[in-house]
Design a protein around this ligand. Structure first.
Ligand code: ATP
Ligand code: MG
Length: 382
């Protein structure tokens, strides 16, 4: 057990958090719909879509857990079966998996799909219940003319219970389905998850850091820094990876708390080559501007003001016998570096001056790389 990562396993991709921060509305809406249908003894089917790390898998799993734990509906319990179709991408392997889910097994060969389905029904007969089947990453499956979705949505609704589906995919997969299956997912049976906003990510990080990390080992400032980086894609997975990486970097340093520098190190370790190739193409003054910002970020600072960075730039230029460019050119260069993804410019609000930040790599590492590059360039010139 680390000093900071006291419950590292809670950051594993397979860990299902007890609640989904900022997805309360979606969770409740889906639960209500499934409860309402199963309460009448009939199946319900939903398609859940959204970008990478938008919480699709977590939401589908959460709903399954809640329904399973929530007691009987129409006098039958609910049983969740989660299948990742990406790894078992054909009808037979998925049906085998469902069979195991209801406690029966069949030899792999020699049975048709409908025979297998009969055996599934026998399995359910032994212990009647509603099945909630989550087919995650279903895109791979629907692209190969699957029959399983049709067969499951047409499963008889009898005293044995019902078979409900949650289909999960990054994008709409209904166009790939046959018309009868498609009709089971009418307009009201689709939910598209919006990407998380920076605020959402900060709230998610606060909750998950509270589970995974030692108290006092993280600040709102570093969580906001991570949320800012991951907000570009609204991706909670990336945010949590950054958090884990930053915590490990801090432990590696022997620190008791995560500092902005560790967040930069974490991001840098996820994208190191990208940065080097970008730096390759920069002229002397952009290199000096970047160096100045990196220097201004020494110590426990996550951002610096443009004024502090500009003064650092002037000194760095003088050290190398270069004439510093004007204030306007400095600003333009900072903007260009931002477009390259090497700098982040936070606009100044309410009369405060703009601030600069480096998220791509640890500032100290960047300083080393930039110094080497500038030295090389001078040698080449002389
Ligand atoms: N609202 C939330 N609250 C707490 N943790 C969350 C929330 N949303 C997502 N997470 C966590 O973020 C990570 C990514 O979420 P998840 O795997 O559900 O995304 P996804 O949409 O399925 O992504 P992919 O398209 O890559 O499969 C998981 O570790 C999950 O537990
Ligand atoms: Mg997923």
């Amino acid at each position: 057990m680390g000093r900071i990562l006291t419950a590292e396993e809670t950051l594993d991709p397979g860990f299902l958090p007890g609640k989904l921060v900022r997805r309360e509305r979606e969770t409740q809406a889906l639960l209500r719909r499934y409860r309402e249908a199963l309460g009448r003894g009939v199946a319900a089917h939903h398609l859940l879509t959204g970008g990478v790390g938008s919480g699709k898998t977590a939401l589908a799993q959460r709903i399954g857990e809640e329904l399973q734990r929530g007691g009987k509906l129409a006098s039958l319990p609910v049983h969740k079966i989660y299948v990742n179709c990406w790894r078992r991408a054909n009808d037979r392997t998925i049906l085998q998996y469902l069979l195991r889910g209801v406690g029966v097994s069949l030899p792999d060969r020699g049975y048709s799909l409908s025979e297998m389905l009969d055996v599934l029904e026998q399995g359910i007969r032994r212990s009647p219940r509603h099945l909630l089947v989550v087919l995650d990453e279903v895109g791979a499956l629907v692209r190969q003319e699957t029959k399983i979705i049709y067969l499951l949505t047409r499963a008889p609704e009898v005293e044995l219970g019902s078979i409900s589906l949650v289909l999960v995919a990054p994008e709409d997969v209904l166009p790939y389905l046959d018309a009868p299956s498609r009709s089971s997912f009418g307009v009201t049976h689709r939910m598209q998850l919006a990407p998380y906003t920076e605020e959402d990510l900060a709230a998610i990080l606060a909750y998950r850091a509270g589970l995974a990390l030692a108290p006092g080992s993280f600040s709102d400032e570093v969580l906001a820094q991570i949320a800012g980086i991951a907000a570009a894609n609204g991706d909670a997975r990336f945010a949590l990876e950054l958090l884990g990486g930053a915590a490990r970097a801090a432990e590696h340093d022997g620190a008791l708390a995560i500092a902005p520098e560790h967040v930069r190190a974490s991001k840098g370790s996820l994208y190191p080559t990208l940065t080097e190739s970008k730096i390759e193409g920069l002229g002397t003054h952009p290199l000096l501007v970047l160096l100045a910002v990196a220097r201004s970020l020494r110590g426990p600072k996550s951002t610096t003001t443009t004024e502090v960075a500009r003064q650092a730039y002037a000194r760095a230029a003088e050290e190398r016998g270069e004439r510093p460019v004007s204030r306007v050119s400095f600003w333009r260069t900072a903007r260009e570096l931002e477009r390259e993804g090497l700098l982040v410019v936070e606009p100044g609000e309410r009369g405060r001056s703009a601030r600069l930040r480096i998220d791509e790599v640890p500032a100290s590492f960047l300083e080393t790389v930039l110094n080497e590059r500038l030295a090389g360039r001078r040698a080449g010139k002389g």
